[in-house]
Design a protein around this ligand. Structure first.
Ligand code: NAD
Ligand code: UDX
Length: 469
């Protein structure tokens, strides 16, 4: 079967870039991305490409090439479902904030709504693709909804799992040259195999077939949670060692380099930091822990939960170190944050370490001054408000957002690097130093800057994982 019309439900950080690349690479396929969020769809359709709702290097060019040709963004969900022969579900699957599994399980209400809508609207056979990250065995729930809540017409559904491995900040690069594409499906039937081949053929337009893996649907679903758990576990492992380095005079970057040259360990994902953020790692590990617990696998659950415990500790430790270094009081002191996004080259702030560090400092009555090149003031306030630690008014009193980094740092007692934006390396650090209160403290939560040079200027520096000899 040849796919001619694709619909993707969910125009977020995954749905938007993924479909843009599919459309760019498959001009013979019509791709419609739909969302219930009208503002988001309007932003995807904005003539001014700097207003796209997702900032990713290179994405504007891809959208410019395909939009209006075979890539469309719309709020007409039913219409797009009806027309499509393949439907990607790429809606959010956040951690549940209520009821059974609160704080751990994935909230599948948006997924279920999509499945019900597809069942209600479909008049012809469809291949339904799970693009969202889902608990293992969700495909059977989706299948049951699709097969039992339809509109009476004799429609056949095939469910595939096709998790997305892109990382934000490098989404376009990752989509154009993925390490692998994973397609899970019903390998026991001819129809299942045909559906898998239909999806494989879409990717084969630009990904070589030896990079496209096909597995049974449960392996595919579980591989996504596992991949994120392994990646996050590396960050927590190196962060755990960063604290020991600080006590012993070792340097975590040197340790990371030394172990990373062992080809069995490898050099990537060993950068010690203020703690990992992003919408995926914490959510997916909590989900994995929850699934393990529901099967009674308590040791398995406890093992993975430590990755989160360590990450929470790392964020808190960074904030407490600022407080204790500033003579145990930051009350009334301006602390400048360079960076708010959870990593560079994205405007996404979900679970960013900066939010938690700011929250600790605000509780100590500090004045937090934030500069981030891509994150809006509105988003920064929304992020701290979401924690519910204090009132929205108090958060606005405690945090000031600047459009200029030099203004943010002026008269500050300390600068903290929370995101590794390249532009921070190019700043005139002598000028920043001259405008600060003295002693001028600098806390590099990303191992971004040349500490020796900054110390020569006069800064008192703290670098994660760097011990005093
Ligand atoms: P997102 O919140 O940016 O986007 C999800 C979109 O779905 C939102 O715009 C929302 O309005 C829309 N939506 C929700 N319910 C809908 C419905 N019933 N009909 C139409 N639209 C609806 O989320 P995201 O970051 O793109 O993540 C989507 C999924 O992909 C999640 O399961 C996530 O775990 C997974 N994932 C994310 C990343 C990442 O880097 N962000 C990477 C890999 C996988
Ligand atoms: C992650 C996975 O990498 C990706 O495959 C999956 O599809 C979605 O989740 P993402 O969260 O976008 O991607 O970014 P990633 O590069 O993995 O970084 C996650 C967090 O870990 C960031 O806060 C980053 O700064 C931090 N990190 C990463 C470190 O602190 N040290 C590292 O060595 C690597």
């Amino acid at each position: 079967m040849e796919v001619k019309n694709i619909c993707c439900i969910g125009a977020g950080y995954v749905g938007g870039p993924t479909m843009a690349v599919i459309a760019q690479k498959c001009p013979h396929i019509n791709v419609t991305v739909v969302d219930i969020n009208e503002k988001r769809i309007a932003a995807w359709n904005d003539k001014d490409l700097s207003k796209l709702p997702v900032y990713e290097p290179g994405l504007d060019k891809v959208v410019e090439e395909a939009r209006g040709r075979n890539l469309f963004f719309s709020t007409a969900v039913d219409e797009a479902i009806d027309k499509a022969d393949m439907i990607f579900i790429s809606v959010n699957t956040p951690t549940k904030t209520y009821g059974k599994g609160k704080g751990m399980a994935a909230d599948l209400k948006y997924i279920e709504l999509c499945a019900r809508q597809i069942a209600r609207v479909s008049k012809s056979d469809k291949i339904v693709v799970e693009k969202s990250t889902l608990p293992v065995r969700t495909a059977s729930a989706i299948k049951s909804i699709l097969d039992n809540t339809g509109n009476g017409s004799d429609v056949k559904f095939q469910i595939l799992s096709n998790p997305e491995f892109l990382a934000e900040g490098t989404a376009v690069e990752d989509l154009l040259a993925p390490d692998r594409v994973l397609v899970g499906g019903d390998t026991s039937t001819e129809e299942g195999k045909e559906a898998m081949e239909a999806l494989v053929s879409v990717y084969a337009n630009w990904v070589s077939r030896d990079h496209i893996l096909t597995t049974n649907v449960w392996s595919s679903e579980l591989s996504k949670l596992t991949a994120n758990a392994f990646l996050a576990q590396r960050v927590s492992s190196i962060n755990a060692l960063s604290e020991l380095c600080e006590k012993t005079g070792a340097d975590v970057n040197e340790v990371a380099r030394a172990i990373g040259m062992d080809s069995r360990i490898g050099p990537k994902f060993l950068k010690s930091s203020v703690g990992f953020g992003g919408s995926c790692f914490q959510k997916d590990i909590l989900n994995l822990v929850y699934i393990a617990k529901t099967y009674g696998l308590n040791e398995v659950a406890d093992y993975w939960e430590q990755v989160i415990t360590m990450n929470d500790h790392q964020k808190r430790r960074f904030a407490h170190n600022i407080i204790s270094t500033l003579f145990n009081t930051v009350s009334g002191k301006k602390i400048a944050f360079l960076g708010w996004a959870f990593k560079k080259d994205t405007n996404d702030t979900r679970e960013s370490a900066a939010i938690y560090v700011a929250d600790e400092l605000l509780s100590e009555q500090s004045n937090v001054a934030v500069y981030d090149p891509k994150v809006s003031e509105e988003q920064i306030y929304a992020d701290v408000d979401y924690l519910n630690t204090r009132s929205s008014e108090e958060n606005r009193e405690g945090i000031t957002v600047y459009e200029d980094a030099y203004e943010a740092c002026k008269d500050a007692h300390a600068i903290a690097i929370l995101t590794e934006w390249d532009e921070f390396k190019t700043y005139d650090w002598k000028k920043l130093y001259d405008q600060m209160q003295k002693p001028a403290f600098l806390f590099d939560g990303r191992g971004l800057l040349n500490i020796e040079e900054l110390e020569e200027i006069g800064f008192v520096c703290y670098k994660i994982g760097s011990g005093k000899e």
